[in-house]
Every structure is written in structure tokens, then in C-alpha cells.
Design a protein around this ligand. Sequence first.
Ligand SMILES: [Zn+2]
Length: 155
Amino acid sequence: MKVKPDRQPTKFCSACGAQIEACAEICPDCRAPQPSRLEAHKNYRDQQFWFTAAAVGFNAVIIDKFSDSYSHWAATAVSAVAVHLIVTRWMAGAGRAPENPPELPEAWFGERLLYTIREIIKGLFSIPYIIAECSSTLFYIGLVVLTCVGVWIQR
Ligand SMILES: [Zn+2]
């Protein structure tokens, strides 16, 4: 594992979705040229919208059709991953993603796992800020969480 001298904020590749350094102009993974900061923010909002739509749609189907405990836990897992994905896009847009992401071409899965754990912890600490901000990110998280709670209430 390479030691990097200073802070390396991250962003998500607009083509393949890989997590890359914020200053990268070309994705090291798929070689796609990266959009401007403005376009990147629009890209994050689009991604947040689709994660929300997928999770809310999934939860709605579970509420409507299934009442077994497997479905409840499946809806909870899908909702948790959706909230994580929404929060990571918010952190990338806000420049608050954890520093020093693993280098995609050579990183070991353990390095990536540790980075993901750091993302989850930093994401949890970002929730109060997201609530205070009252932005579209909060709206999306609210939809996912409320439909997930709905899955548990209706059984
Ligand atoms: Zn890429």
C-alpha cells in the first residue's frame, strides 16, 4: 500500500462509477474523461435519484405483496445500501469523502473494505449535517427510510 503525502478527496467516475481522486481528469479504471465540477454534481444528483427510486420501488412492492420476515430483512438491507450510496454521493459532492481511497488497479480487497468502513463511519457523522442542510439528499434518505419503516409496520 502506497503512502500518500497529503489529503486526497474523491469523486465517482461519471462513466463506470468507480471511486477516484477528485483531481483526476481521466478515470484510472475505464479511461473515461471526467466532467467539470458542475456536471459532476448533476451526475451525483441523478445517481441519488435512481438509488432512491429503486429502493422506494422495492419497498413498495414488499409492502404490497409480501409479509414474511425474509422480505422485511431484504427491504432493510436494500434500504441500508441505498442510504449508503446516497450519502457517499453527498460526501463526494461536498468534498467530505474520506481521504486516500485505495488505488483501483492494484488495491487489495481488504484495503477497499477498510475504506468502505471509513465511509460508513464518516457518513453516519454526516447525517446531522445533512439534516441541518435540509437538502434533496435529506428528502431522498427520508423516502427510503420511511418506506422501509412502512415495510415493518404493515406486517
Ligand atoms: Zn471509470
